[in-house]
Write a protein that binds this ligand. Structure first.
Ligand code: ADP
Ligand code: MG
Length: 485
């Protein structure tokens, strides 16, 4: 059945981190008591008029320019009608046929791929979020509560072209998009808290030259895991349906993360159903050229630019540069370490191999990690000064976050002595004398056995001897023996 090709397009809702809502001065704080952040405009009271929040426009432009979109300076807001208690006005203020941004792209490099993948962005528009319904019990009956705190929170809807071909593509696209949006500081991008939400449109077709199949839209994807699992589920379900002679019906489904399946929500809805029309409360407007220039000038460094800089300025391999620039907190941490150690490659190894691994395992934010850039750079510096070996350094690192102790106190407590390399030649000589058989094997070409000697020397030094020094001494001794033969 592998001749089917999935076709996927994502609609991503990104919550902008402005202080106030998109069309009012109501604040928005996640977790605030229900309905405490909803004034007249949010409640849709008669006579309350919306006014566009200037910082929404600036953040929207920042996001669009970071994603290489065209800005449509002549733009406007439209009303999208639907009836549901999460939206008291009876319509959502959104943008319909004149979105402020079109075109654009997101580029990423998949692991082990030898070239980049580029996904085109179809459009971006601004809109207001709706409130939340909470379903529960009241007076022995099933009741629903409405919380309008989130209503009117600014969102960007970022719509991709149907360029994605696997759930893996979708995952990379979303990661990269999130990383860009966070780098330019327009959103927290927290999927679990809903500041980044994703709907996936999925269809399958018989090979890359066939016309697109009918699509199913999956809603309620609030984690990267859900995005992957739900898309894979849909792909399999659609292939099975087609194989059994059935047709795909255009529909919207919900992802159930517990049951790990999608459930039908509604069949096809059309744009006509929403009765879109221009919002008379918000007249058409023109985005000022000066504002666009200002946003361009103040644009922070993008992840792709940072990656390029890490390669040129720090001489890091592509892979290191990519890993270190995915999250702005990671790159901030790394740059702090480099500043203190002046050793970009060794710092990169420690941050990407040790720090990121532990931070993930412990599920802490890197900026809250006990081994701060200062503490880590001390370990790297001591390592470079040959105060201890790589192996000991790792132990010191572990003790540091496990026991929340300072580096110097750990060294004292565990009695990690600086490596005294003046003792080494004598130790090497003794190990050679104690193991004549193995030495003979090496001299007869069995290079593998060298590892055994290294092991013996490490044992004799309680693991504190620097491996490169040990190897050098072994080689030198062997050379001498060969010459003497
Ligand atoms: P709507 O406005 O009804 O949601 P759009 O045409 O704007 O529809 O498309 C929404 C999303 O669906 C876009 O991300 C687009 O890339 C994607 N899409 C469109 N056609 C298909 C298809 N046949 N298979 C998969 N995704 C599709
Ligand atoms: Mg849609």
């Amino acid at each position: 059945m592998s001749h089917y090709e999935p076709v996927i397009g994502l609609e991503v809702h990104c919550q902008l981190k402005t202080k106030t809502k998109i069309f009012s001065t109501d604040p928005y704080l996640y977790g605030a008591a229900a309905n405490t952040q909803a004034g007249p405009v949010t409640l849709g009271l008669p006579g309350a008029l919306p006014v566009l929040n200037e910082s929404v426009m600036e953040m929207a432009l920042t996001a669009a320019l970071a994603l290489e979109c065209e800005i449509n300076r002549h733009t406007r807001f439209d009303r999208k009608h639907y009836f549901y208690p999460d939206l008291p006005k009876g319509y959502q203020i959104s943008q319909y046929d004149r979105p402020y941004a079109t075109g654009g792209q997101v580029t990423f490099r998949k692991k082990d791929a030898d070239k980049d993948t580029t996904i085109r962005i179809h459009r971006i528009h601004m809109e207001e979020d709706a409130g939340k319904l909470l379903h529960g019990q009241g007076g022995g009956e099933a009741v629903s509560f409405v919380d309008l705190n989130r209503a009117g929170v600014p969102l960007l809807e970022i719509v991709s072209e149907p360029d994605l071909r696997s759930s893996e593509d979708a995952y990379y696209y979303l990661q990269t998009l999130r990383s860009i949006l966070r780098a330019v500081e327009v959103t927290d991008g927290n999927m679990e808290m809903g500041s980044l939400r994703c709907d996936a449109n999925v269809s399958v077709r018989k090979g890359p030259d066939a016309p697109f199949g009918t699509r199913v839209e999956i809603k309620n994807l609030n984690s990267f895991k859900a995005v992957r699992a739900a898309i894979d589920y849909q792909i399999e379900e659609q292939i099975a349906l087609i194989e059994s002679g059935q047709k795909i019906v255009q529909s919207t489904v919900l992802w159930d993360a517990d049951k790990r399946e999608t459930r039908l929500m509604r069949t096809k809805e059309n744009a006509e159903d929403y009765r879109y029309f221009p919002d008379p409360d918000l007249p058409e407007f023109v985005i000022e050229e000066e504002l666009i220039e200002k946003v361009k000038k103040e644009m922070p460094e993008l992840p792709a630019e940072k990656r390029a800089r890490y390669s040129s300025e720090y001489g890091l391999p592509e892979y290191d540069a990519d890993v270190l620039t995915r999250e702005k907190e990671t790159s901030a941490y790394y740059e702090e370490v480099v500043k203190l150690t002046d050793d970009p490659k060794k710092s990169s190894n420690w941050v990407k191999d040790e720090v990121l691994g532990i931070v993930n395992k412990l599920d802490v934010e890197i900026q809250d990690f006990f081994v701060t850039p200062e503490r880590l750079s001390k370990i790297i510096q001591y390592l470079n000064d040959k105060k201890f070996t790589q192996r000991i350094a790792k132990q010191v690192f572990e003790h540091c976050y496990e026991e929340k102790m300072e580096i110097d106190d750990i060294i004292e407590k565990y009695d990690y002595k600086p490596v005294d390399t003046s003792d080494l030649p004598a130790i090497v000589e003794k190990v050679f004398a104690d193991n004549p058989e193995q030495v003979n094997d090496i001299l007869n070409g069995k290079d593998r056995v060298k590892g055994f000697l290294v092991g013996q020397i490490m044992k004799a030094t309680r693991g504190q001897a620097p491996p490169d020094e040990v190897n050098k001494l072994i080689d030198a001794t062997l050379e001498k023996m060969k010459a003497a033969k």
